[in-house]
Structures are given as C-alpha cells and as structure tokens.
Design a protein around this ligand. Sequence first.
Ligand SMILES: Cc1cc2nc3c(=O)[nH]c(=O)nc-3n(C[C@H](O)[C@H](O)[C@H](O)COP(=O)(O)OP(=O)(O)OC[C@H]3O[C@@H](n4cnc5c(N)ncnc54)[C@H](O)[C@@H]3O)c2cc1C
Ligand code: HEM
Length: 376
Amino acid sequence: MSIDIGLIRQSWALVEPVADKVTMHFYAKLFADYPHVREMFPPAMDVQRDRLLQALTRVVLNLEDGAGVVDYLGQLARDHRKYGVMPEHYPAVGRCLVIAMRANAGNAWRSVYDSAWIDAYQFIADVMIKAAEQESAYAPPAWEGVVVGHEMRTPEIAVVTVEPTQPYAYKAGQYATLQTPHWPKVWRPYSIANAPRRDNRLTFHVRIVPGGWVSTALAHRTRPGDTLLLGPPRGSLLLERASTPHLIFIAGGTGLAPLKALIEESMWLPARPSIDLFHGIRHSGDAYDLADLRDLRSHHRRLRVVQAVSDDPEEWRRENAVDALLNHRVMLDGDVFVCGSPDMVQVTTARLLHIGVPPHLIHTEFTPGAPTLVYS
Ligand SMILES: Cc1cc2nc3c(=O)[nH]c(=O)nc-3n(C[C@H](O)[C@H](O)[C@H](O)COP(=O)(O)OP(=O)(O)OC[C@H]3O[C@@H](n4cnc5c(N)ncnc54)[C@H](O)[C@@H]3O)c2cc1C
Ligand code: HEM
C-alpha cells in the first residue's frame, strides 16, 4: 500500500490548530456509534485525552522511519491488549477519526485527504493487529504483580517493588504501565529501575504528583501484599543503542530509574563500558537513591556517580546535570542517554547539541506520543 505523506502533511496543517476539537468530536462519535467500546476507557477522560490522535499523527508523519515506527506500533498494540482491544475495533476508530478530522478542518479539506488517511490508518492498524495476534499466543494481556516492597525514600518519592505472578520478560531501560486497584482502568507508565533479575521482581521509583491519581495511590495507598496490574514492557531506551565504550547518563529526578537499570545490565557485559552518571535533583533532600548508587559504584569500578543539585540555597554549588558534566570535564566522546521530564529532556538535548555532542550519540525515549511524556 502506498501512503501519500504529502497529502497527510497538507491535511495535518489544517487539523493541528483544531486538534482539541477533533479529539472531542472523535470520542463523541466513537462512543455514540459504538457504545460498547466506552467501557474500555477510563470513566474520566480529561487527562491526556489527546494521546491517541497525537500518537497516530506522529506515527504517520514519521512513517519514513520504518523500523522505529513498526517497533513502536508493535509495543503499542501489545499494550492495547490490556484494554480488551480486538481486530474488529480498529475500523471503528479509523472511521470516527477521519470523520472528526473532516468535520473540523474547514472548507479547505479535500476528499483526497480522506483516502490518504484511510490508507495510512489501514497500514498502522494492520501492523498493530498482527503484533497483538502474535503476542496473544504466549503472553497475557496484563500481568498481576504482588507488591513485595514499599519504601518512602523522601516525602515525595516511593520505591515500590513488585513480583509478577507470571514471568515478565523485558529489557533494561524499558517501562511498564501500572494500574492500582484504587483507579480501575487508569494506567500510567513507570520505568523499571532494575535489569531483569532471576527472582522476576521489578522496582519502580514513583514521585508523587500533587493531586495525581496513580502516583499518589502508589505512594500513599499501596502496601506489601497488594496486587497491581502491569501492562507489557515498552520503550526503546536500550543499551544496544550505544555505539561507544563510554556512556554518559544524564538523569533528572526519577528519570534515574531506567538509567540505573542500564547500569546494572552493563555489569553483565564482557567489556564493561565506563559510565559517568549525572543525577540532577533540585534539593539535596531529593537524593532518594544514594545508598543503592553507592552499592552499584562499589561493584562497578568504571562507574562515576555525580549528584547535581540545582535549586538548594543550602548548597554552595548549584548546578544542573549538564553544568556538572562540564565542570567535571567529562570527555564528550561517548553515547549520552538522557531521561527526565519532557522539559528536562528537551533543554538538556538542546544544550548537548550546542556543546557539540553529535545528534546520533544522544539517546532519549522514542515516543511518537512525546507530548505525554511526564516524569517528575
Ligand atoms: C515513558 C514514561 C515513563 C515514566 N516513568 C516514571 C517513573 O519512573 N517515575 C515516575 O514517578 N513517573 C514516571 N512517569 C510519569 C507517570 O507516568 C505519571 O504521569 C505520573 O506519575 C503522574 O500520574 P498521576 O496519575 O499521579 O497524575 P495524573 O492524575 O495523570 O495527573 C494529575 C494532574 O497533574 C498533572 N501532572 C501530571 N504529571 C505531572 C508532573 N510530572 N508535573 C506536574 N504536573 C503533572 C496532570 O497534567 C494533571 O493535571 C513516566 C511517564 C512516561 C511517559
Ligand atoms: C491506529 C490505531 C491506534 C493508535 C495509534 C492508538 C494509540 C493510542 C495511544 C497512544 C494511547 C495512549 C496510551 C498509550 O500510549 O499506550 C491509546 C490509548 C487507548 N486506546 Fe488506542 N490506539 C489505536 C487504536 C485503538 C483502538 C482500535 C481501540 C479500541 C477501541 C483503542 C483503545 C484505546 C484505549 C481504551 C486507550 C486507553 C485510553 C486512556 O487510558 O485514556 N485504541 N491509544
């Protein structure tokens, strides 16, 4: 099937300014015409409701990145099994989406745009349906995980360890979506803070977002013995992306989690890379993982750990992680992995490029739904 990206781009220019309206129209139409799909979605859909449209358009606009997009769609499709999505639901979503775009884009909309989107959607739907079908042969749609550890490391950060009741295969650096019994049907992604272990246990670093549903429930209302639900592993912040023996890890807050998993994994490699980890925190009291980092350091002689404190008036030296990197005169000859809030990742990446790190050596999570990437 040939997809006319030119037409998609032209039509997206009409849709983008009214994306909110399109999203509202899309869900209203979907739930009116196919009422049975409503129960798959959370009761309140105000938070990040635009993710589907955002993801879809980003995927379509990035279709040239063949392998990356297919990999992302495969993960998305496997993840959609937990909602109960079946192949027959895809045409309904595609139909409502095109109707919503056409209805809101104004008079400049042309009928050829309909066909361009139908073709693109069909391609995406085919990839997703196939990936979900393959996965259903050997993996459940979601995993039950018993909480076996729960520790408030600071008033805002909990470290939660979960033991899935079935094997949970993932790669260091990936994340899982979690659902707590307090908020049925509400899923949020959290990075897995450890490399795969023999005991199948997964540790998560959860920062409380004030008023946040899932983070607050995980920190304040979850105890050992409780059962959570886990979606399948997702994400592409993997060690295999590195092409040099020197790794520079830049973490903001709980963005430390996946990088810590990568450090653990690197210890199994026959030739351990040298790693400089810069962990940016705002106040010295936010240093929630020092003991574990020291322990890692004692097992990995080529690991350096630097804590950069940016906003603490008590600190004589206030610096963010990139300042610290420069102050420590780190050789910028290696792969740089960046993980943190969307703002932190954006600012850090721009600064790294500015100081001369080549773009191909900078690695962040590839998420066509990037506007939703919310770490603390
Ligand atoms: C790939 C990925 C990995 C992630 N990994 C982690 C992780 O390891 N640890 C972790 O703590 N979080 C992580 N997050 C963020 C996490 O998924 C949730 O978004 C976060 O915990 C808030 O969820 P909530 O249900 O508590 O808040 P919600 O109920 O979703 O949000 C409540 C309100 O707070 C706003 N809000 C949400 N997040 C923030 C924020 N960070 N700052 C300010 N306002 C906010 C929302 O817009 C909303 O208005 C990750 C996100 C992504 C995309
Ligand atoms: C091309 C097809 C589709 C794309 C690109 C897509 C994309 C997305 C994205 C990006 C999300 C946000 C959560 C995440 O990142 O995992 C999402 C959520 C969801 N999708 Fe899809 N989706 C598609 C098809 C479908 C279909 C056919 C259904 C079935 C009706 C469906 C049902 C859902 C549900 C129930 C959610 C959860 C919503 C929420 O938690 O608010 N999706 N989808």
